[in-house]
Ligand binder design. Structure first.
Ligand code: ZN
Length: 222
């Protein structure tokens, strides 16, 4: 029986690495798959991981139809045993419904990888629909850590170094500023950082914690 599987974690949890590893494992067993992504950090139509792995993928625009794409490909004689969907949090709820139909009606395994919640701690629409529909939702075992050493469960967005909790949901940036400079949008440098819930609630990023610890006067927690 084919399955719809959702593997989720915070931004640093190695989801794209696992997506590429999953693709490799299935391809090595002679299975044929298709790779999809949306707003990948490397640019459109690529799945890239922080460890340097890269693969070509189809870009999922908001009007992309997984059901029509798959039926068309099969009709043309293509073989598809599995589908890998990276950055699935950015897909529409409708597209997740199409993926469930691909699993049920065409017996194709679908592996989705994505972040559960956005920087405001709200579920992404694609992730919410995946939690509702997936045969299995797995939280990745490679755990990202907050600067305090606790398990990082939330994604924080910073603009010019200051944590924000309002704004457009989709602004692509990266957690690793060393490899990928922050995305500049209208002269605002957008970056991401993974935090534990307590430090996300307090808006206490690593930089702010450092500033507080160096400050002669203790700053009040807000
Ligand atoms: Zn923390």
């Amino acid at each position: 029986m084919a399955e719809l599987i959702f593997r989720t974690g915070t931004m640093d949890a190695g989801k794209s690495t696992l997506a590429l590893q999953t693709n490799h494992n299935h391809a090595a067993r002679g299975r044929r798959g298709r790779l999809f992504t949306s707003h990948d950090r490397a640019g459109t139509a690529m799945v890239s991981s922080r460890l340097g792995l890269v693969a070509d993928a189809e870009e999922v625009a908001p009007d992309f139809d997984f059901w029509r794409y798959t039926v068309d490909a099969l009709t043309r004689g293509a073989r598809i045993d599995y589908v890998i969907c990276d950055e699935a949090q950015f897909y529409t709820a409708e597209q997740i419904d199409q993926l469930a139909k691909v699993v049920d009606e065409l017996q194709i395994d679908v592996f989705c990888f994505g972040i559960l919640t956005d920087f405001r701690t709200r579920l992404f629409p694609g992730s919410a629909r995946l939690v509702e529909l997936a045969d299995r939702t797995e939280v990745l075992q490679v755990e990202a850590l907050c600067w305090c050493g606790k398990r990082a469960t939330h994604n924080a967005r910073t603009e010019n170094g200051v944590m924000v909790t309002e704004g457009e949901v989709i602004v692509v940036g990266d957690v690793d500023a060393a490899d990928h400079p922050p995305a500049a949008v209208d002269d605002v440098e957008v970056a991401y950082e993974v935090l534990c819930r307590q430090h996300h609630r307090r808006g206490m990023t690593a930089a702010r914690a450092r500033a507080v610890s160096l400050s002669p006067e203790p700053l009040p927690f807000t």
